[in-house]
Design a protein around this ligand. Structure first.
Ligand SMILES: CC(=O)SCCNC(=O)CCNC(=O)[C@H](O)C(C)(C)COP(=O)(O)OP(=O)(O)OC[C@H]1O[C@@H](n2cnc3c(N)ncnc32)[C@H](O)[C@@H]1OP(=O)(O)O
Length: 224
């Protein structure tokens, strides 16, 4: 009897601690989402100039983007990803993808050529979110127009997201990559993203067409 109640007391205590940990994580996510502009403290990173390419970066919530930009975002996503989605069991569905991309919680990092044109050439959709009980910056998409690839812009945009995520005390930056997209896999490997503990493993019954990669926030105490 005595041992059992000591055990259940310990369990209750652990449960209490877990609930406190999750609410602290959720509070960090809420605080990150309440920012006006997550790039505001990093204005020096608003400009990328390398390999003959000059662009400026802006960071906005989906709801504050104009229709023309949002249409371009969806059209680039479809041009870059539709075939890859169709080559695996995910398939492509305009309506489902649009819903995901226009979710209220969707933040966008957008790269544009300089004035007067201000043409968008790359975007990333990311969210501050809870993922398996952890506070994370989830990079849903990083998409570049073909003519601006291999100039370091993708790397720069991931570094900006790491800066935004880690300075908001997110535990890690997480993303999903299709196994049928070796270029993206090579890119994220070059940026030192590794297999996340939540990435599913293939087995005799199931084969997963994707992997989950992540990079940890090294500035956090290891106890978190
Ligand atoms: C979470 C997701 O969004 S997964 C989907 C990713 N997006 C796509 O697949 C859409 C189409 N592709 C793209 O938009 C871009 O090519 C990206 C995002 C994959 C890469 O962005 P880029 O700006 O072209 O990459 P960047 O120039 O920064 O490359 C950095 C390093 O990554 C590696 N790398 C980048 N592209 C490739 C590639 N195609 N093959 C092999 N390695 C690559 C290289 O090591 C490169 O350094 P280097 O050029 O000095 O050799």
């Amino acid at each position: 009897m005595g041992r059992k109640s000591a055990k259940s007391k310990e369990k209750r205590q652990q449960r209490k601690e877990e609930i406190a940990r999750i609410s602290a994580s959720q509070a960090l996510v809420n605080r990150a989402n309440n920012q006006e502009d997550p790039m505001a403290p990093f204005s020096v990173f608003r400009k990328f100039e390398k390999n003959g390419l000059t662009v400026t970066l802006e960071c906005k919530l989906c709801g504050s983007l104009d229709v023309v930009t949002m249409d371009w975002i969806f059209e680039l996503e479809k041009r870059n990803m539709k075939d890859l989605y169709e080559q695996c069991e995910w398939g492509w569905n305009d309506k489902v993808k649009k819903e995901e991309m226009t979710d209220d919680r969707a933040w966008y990092l957008i790269a544009r050529t300089p004035e007067p044109e201000l043409k968008p050439v790359a975007f990333s959709h990311f969210r501050f979110d809870m993922d398996y009980g952890d506070e994370v910056l989830y990079c849903y998409e990083l998409q570049l127009e073909e003519e601006v690839r291999r100039k370091g812009l993708g790397k720069f945009m991931m570094q900006v997201q790491e800066l935004i995520g880690f300075s908001a005390n997110m535990k890690k930056v997480v993303l999903t990559v299709l196994k049928g997209n070796p270029d993206a896999k090579a890119f994220f490997t070059a940026l030192k993203y590794t297999m996340d503990e939540t990435s599913p493993e293939d087995n005799v019954l199931e084969h997963y067409p994707y992997e989950i990669l992540s990079k940890m926030n090294k500035n956090l105490p290891s106890s978190r």
